[in-house]
Design a protein around this ligand. Structure first.
Ligand code: ZN
Length: 361
């Protein structure tokens, strides 16, 4: 996302004051002219607010360097003005003057004309955003603004956001072309005229605005290629709007361009199939609910039967144990033969009056 110029001087003063007062504020010192980072290049990475560790700062520096390397091959000229990437620890720690500019589910924003990019590390984590995607997205805003100088402020917001998403390869706020398909049929797309100066505040409409911008610019890129679109942006000035330059370059009216894009969206982008598949999946889930309910009922009944069987087995085992105990008690109470107290043999002895047999010889 980017924010238009307003109160530029006040913001610059506030940020300069803030950076100067922050004990953590420190510039990334390594200079690498090949990727435009550090004192010799156009980009500087600094702590903006909060407790940003050295490892996070170094990671950001690496990502900015990689993004610059990518974008220097995209834009015809390197940026003429230096710009700063401020890294903030979390949303709560943002300076009050900056807080309104960070959308609810967005991890970053650019202040065009002030050459500032603000990236909030905590929001990157919370929204599970791609660090590289966020960095490239915001750098595209800065480089496109400088590319169109001194008329960067005249570029429509939808073009800025569409190009940033396309080059970053990552949409914002979960924007998807699939969500646009039914709006084409019901004529509920947002007008690009309404997306020229700003985007809606309503979260759902905002997501649609990002999706439309991504989809339309993606189609323009496929049809006319990036160099043509950058030339159109460069041709924009106080007398020639971006839209007029687009019509002049393509030879198609705004209406024809938008109709061709909608035709592609419906029949060439695959969004209709993806939307249909998604709906079918939802319908299948709904259709499967009764089957799942029956399966659950059958399982509950089976578990009940198993529980009953187990209870019966336990009752039978308890009864058998009780019977055995009763039999043992009965046996213990019945009198039996006494043992010989003297320990003498009870074997019959030979009577003393019987004649003894002589030993056989
Ligand atoms: Zn953006």
């Amino acid at each position: 996302m980017f924010l238009p110029r307003f109160s530029l001087l006040m913001f610059a003063c506030l940020l300069a004051l803030f950076a100067g007062c922050d004990g953590n504020a420190k510039s990334v010192t390594p200079a690498d002219p090949a990727v435009g980072i550090g004192a010799a290049g156009p980009a500087t990475v600094m702590v903006g607010s909060g407790d940003v560790g050295a490892a996070q700062l170094e990671r950001m520096r690496t990502e900015v360097a990689a993004a610059m390397q990518q974008l220097l091959a995209v834009f015809p000229k390197p940026p003429a003005h230096r710009f700063t990437v401020f890294v903030h620890a979390d949303r709560a720690g943002l300076p009050i003057a900056l807080q309104p500019h960070l959308l609810p589910d967005s991890p970053a924003f650019a202040l065009l004309g002030q050459h500032q990019i603000h990236i909030v590390w905590g929001e990157l984590i919370r929204t599970a955003s791609s660090l590289r995607g966020a960095v490239v997205h915001e750098l595209v805003h800065e480089l496109l603004d400088q590319h169109s100088a001194p008329h960067g402020r005249l570029l429509p917001r939808w073009f800025h956001e569409g190009l940033a998403q396309c080059i970053a390869g990552d949409t914002y706020l979960g924007a998807r072309e699939e969500d646009l398909v039914w709006r084409v049929g019901t004529r509920r797309l947002l007008s690009f005229g309404s997306l020229r100066e700003g985007f809606p505040r309503d979260q759902e409409e905002l997501r649609i605005a990002y999706a439309q911008s991504y989809s339309y610019v993606s189609w323009l890129l496929a049809e006319y290629r990036l160099p043509s679109l950058l030339a159109i942006a460069k041709a924009t000035d106080d007398l020639t709007s971006f839209e007029r330059a687009l019509v002049g370059r393509t030879g198609r009216s705004t209406l024809q361009l938008e109709e061709a894009w909608q035709e592609h969206l419906l029949h060439g982008s695959g969004a209709s199939w993806r939307s249909l598949f998604e709906q079918c999946f939802s319908f299948l889930l709904i259709a499967a609910l009764p089957v799942l309910a029956l399966a659950m009922i059958r399982r509950f009944k089976a578990e009940e039967r198993a529980a009953r069987r187990l209870a019966e087995i336990e009752r039978a085992a308890a009864a058998a144990a009780a019977a055995a105990a009763a039999a043992a008690a009965l046996a213990a109470s019945t009198p039996g033969p006494h043992p010989d107290p003297l320990g003498e043999s009870t074997a019959p002895s030979i009577p003393a009056d019987l004649p003894q047999r002589p030993a056989e010889e």
